[in-house]
Design a binder for this molecule. Sequence first.
Ligand code: SIN
Length: 492
Amino acid sequence: MASTNANIWGLQDPSLIKDQSYIDGKWVSAKEGGTILVTNPATDEELGTVPEMGLEDAKSAIAAAGKAFASWGKTTARHRHDILMKFYSLMQEHNDDLARIITLENGKTLTEAKGENAYSASFMEWYAEEAVRTYGEQIPSPFTNIRNVVIKQPVGVVAIFTPWNFPSAMITRKLGAALAAGCTAVIKPPPETPFSALALAELSRRAGVPDGVINIVTTQKNVIEVGREMCESKTVRKVSFTGSTPVAKGLYGMAASTLKKVSIEAGGNAPFIVFDDADIDQAVEGAIACKFRGSGQTCVCANRIYVQSSVYADFASKLAEKVTAFKVGNGLDATTTHGPLIHEKAISKVTRHVEDAVSRGAQVLVGGKRVDGVGAFFTPTVLSEVPAGALFNVEETFGPVAALTKFETEEEVIALANDADVGLAGYFFSRDVGRVWRVAEALEVGMVGTNTGLISHATIPFGGVKESGIGREGSHGIEEYLNQKLIAFGGI
Ligand code: SIN
């Protein structure tokens, strides 16, 4: 039987904590009765358990979503707008509680968690406003007796897979679009942070989302069979995923069996370039925001920081000074600036990257190792003289390590930046308008930040090129959940 440690949460509205999954409007345990243990990465304390759902549970969730689509898909856009706006208001009303849940299960600071909840809610508002603007088209026909009209219709049931680094926002970025378009959803949240997903399900119920429109399947050990069912079931018409590139490839392959629509936001390994004409203080601020957001655990975090040789020493010392002042700790503590990593596996990966770079000649300016004791903490780190062959250049680190590499020319750094299989975000700092255009156009990424380290917002087309993904979220992302249909009117 699933359970939660009620004393730990400390919420104003304790009924937001659910220890069961949500299928067809009901809170349910796993058919086979298993559970998943969820712990706080800052304290190792047990937060509670949620159901370990299996294949039969996934089938029930998909069937419920299929049944609900018959009516939800026919509601008016205005009706869906109103429900999404109610959902948005409820997320704001419960901001403190939702943020606390994020901090307790993910580890990020309460300030960051509040920021995530605001970001997450903003997708509901954005897509509510998009719902009522999913216009069709009338296309002039080459024949006098034909009129061509294009309408847009929801794709159907959507399978949504989300990561632990944004326990709430990566759900609403997909779910908001799906609901606005008239789709129904089966969501598989990550086993590390399921409570935020379940709290959102509770708020959806309060907002008036009908039974079966949103279904949550929590799973860990059974993830392969549950994931396969969500990708291969003929009832599901679209798969939307945020997570690592290797997992994305697996799901994409499964979804290919029924030629489903897919949206994928996968790994990043973002380049961050500081040119010698940059405002160095601004570049340092940008690097802090971009590299250390979520303790370095975002897909758009800078992973490779390239600094032009004449400003290298200045940038490195200013960055090191700022990073030394960080205070790592429990995200509930008001003095903490940076929380833990998600788990020991994450610590091992970051350690491997640091050790690899050091073995190749990199110098540790700040940090460089895990914090001993309770919780998955890694000291915020700045490495200097990281050579081109280091692991930082090959795979995403997903941790609080700024890896600095010196470069000489614009041409050289563009080649270094583009020497990656992935291309999600890229950043650079320069005050030369010609260079700004040249470099922005040359970077092989889906999103460029020039003179800023923060780009994320509901209004932007979020997504990548190369092995970073397919499709865009936010902005006009509702289109990914709609099919166009031509209706040719003849005999006129
Ligand atoms: C991600 O890490 O996948 C998303 C980051 C963001 O939305 O800014």
